[in-house]
Design a protein around this ligand. Structure first.
Ligand SMILES: Nc1ncnc2c1ncn2[C@@H]1O[C@H](COP(=O)(O)OP(=O)(O)OP(=O)(O)O)[C@@H](O)[C@H]1O
Ligand SMILES: [Mg+2]
Length: 389
């Protein structure tokens, strides 16, 4: 446990990783990585199982020695410091509360270890922060999973770390409780204002909670950004598929005109805005044109004449339709992509839009993004299915 001096060392609460890597024998779990987590942010490390999230977190905590590189917390190089000397606390998936101590004593533990006698005010504040004041005298087994997780957070925060590391802290909870706890953790972070680094393989969880997300794949950070930026401007197929669903059309660059790139696909033309192409577009070259399912409108082929000019359009036939309340999710077979996904909000439902119907899919060209065609179109998509299975 830390002493007060150690927990209030100079420097801010930003985390700076420089060229940090970890190899086990000839296996590289984390490739040299540069990453800055701004002070006070809620930062998520997102990726599939085995991509190196826990290893990265453990190197920040000092529980794992990096093979190369440095870890800074604020101005301080902590690479050589043991875990207990770092102003960092970790909350794990198995929150391992002390079963024989009540909630109050579990939270007070860190203070008592440091020989602090008058713990009442701080413990009460912490219990209030995690909304467990009423439960103070219960034992851990008398609490729900979500309540126990909040005790674990309070137990860590009472040490006033500069940075709180959370490794899949909600992994053991059922879906509904997870959703509640996501909001709860977000509220706590906003209230205390310290840096949270949260590890998860759940893209929705990362998007809901974090200000900034680093998407990891096979020991590398594939892309870093705000949830909205990653969703709207994925730069790789992995990110495009791992965060939500993307449709891809393999297209050829036909010509460029001003800010527009004109693409050829399946005998038709599509427009991609140059600013949204993350791969070079040279005439005759290939590019993957991506579009998210909710950006697309579906019009029955009989009404194709009503579609406004200037929209990207392709034709197809509906093969599947699932009504899910707020929207209907369609799968459309088209010459450019055999399983185009389209989500249509249920406002005025067109009963003709059913399996077998010939349709036109159309969208604003601004919603097209362009990726390097030399990538696996399905990268990231299979991984998500494996997780679910
Ligand atoms: N002590 C070790 N010795 C050898 N290989 C290891 C060791 N620890 C981790 N690895 C390997 O390093 C890779 C990254 O592991 P890590 O625990 O960081 O993954 P993760 O992203 O946290 O995965 P998960 O979501 O399953 O927790 C994995 O392939 C793992 O098998
Ligand atoms: Mg892990």
């Amino acid at each position: 446990m830390k002493t007060t001096e150690e927990t209030t060392t100079a420097g801010g609460g930003d985390v700076r990783l420089t060229g940090i890597s970890k190899t086990y024998g000839d296996f590289t779990a984390v490739h040299p990585l540069d990453l800055t987590v701004p002070e006070g942010s809620f930062f998520a490390l997102l990726g599939a199982s085995g991509c190196g999230k826990t290893t990265t977190l453990r190197m920040i905590a000092g529980l794992e020695e990096p093979t190369a590189g440095t870890v800074h917390l604020g101005d301080q190089d902590v690479t050589a410091l043991p875990p207990y000397k770092r102003p960092v606390n970790t909350v794990f998936q198995s929150y391992a509360l002390f079963p024989h101590l009540d909630i109050y004593e579990n939270v007070a533990f860190g203070l008592r270890r440091r020989g602090i006698k008058s713990v009442k005010k701080q413990v009460e504040e912490m219990l209030e922060l995690v909304q467990l004041g009423e439960q103070a005298r219960k034992k851990p087994h008398q609490l729900s999973g979500g309540q126990q997780q909040r005790v674990a957070v309070a137990r860590a925060l009472i040490n006033h770390p500069k940075v709180l590391l959370l490794d899949e802290p909600l992994g053991a909870l059922d879906l509904k409780l997870r959703r509640q706890m996501q909001l709860e953790l977000k509220r706590i972070q906003t209230e205390v204002g310290i840096t949270f680094v949260h590890v998860t393989h759940d893209q929705e969880e990362a998007m809901t909670m974090a200000d900034c997300v680093a998407v990891m794949n096979a020991g590398r950070v594939e892309q870093l950004g705000t949830p909205a930026d990653l969703y709207e401007n994925p730069r790789t197929t992995f990110v495009a598929n791992f965060l939500g669903t993307s449709n891809f059309i393999e297209a050829e660059v036909d010509s460029t005109s001003g800010d527009d790139i004109v693409l050829k696909a399946g005998g038709g033309k599509l427009v991609l805005h140059r600013a949204r192409a993350s791969a070079p577009a040279t005439t005759g070259g290939k590019i993957l044109a991506g579009v998210r399912p909710e950006k697309i409108s579906l019009t029955h082929a009989d009404d194709a004449g009503e579609i406004p000019e200037g929209r990207n359009r392709i034709t197809g036939r509906i093969t599947e339709s699932s009504f899910i309340g707020v929207s209907t999710q369609f799968v459309v077979d088209s010459p450019v992509c055999s399983d185009f996904e389209v989500y249509v909000q249920n406002i005025d439902r067109d009963p003709r839009l059913a399996p077998g119907a010939e349709v036109v899919l159309h969208w604003n060209p601004a919603h097209t993004f362009g990726l390097d065609a030399a990538q696996d179109i399905d990268a990231g998509a299979e991984t998500v299915e494996e997780e679910v299975a």
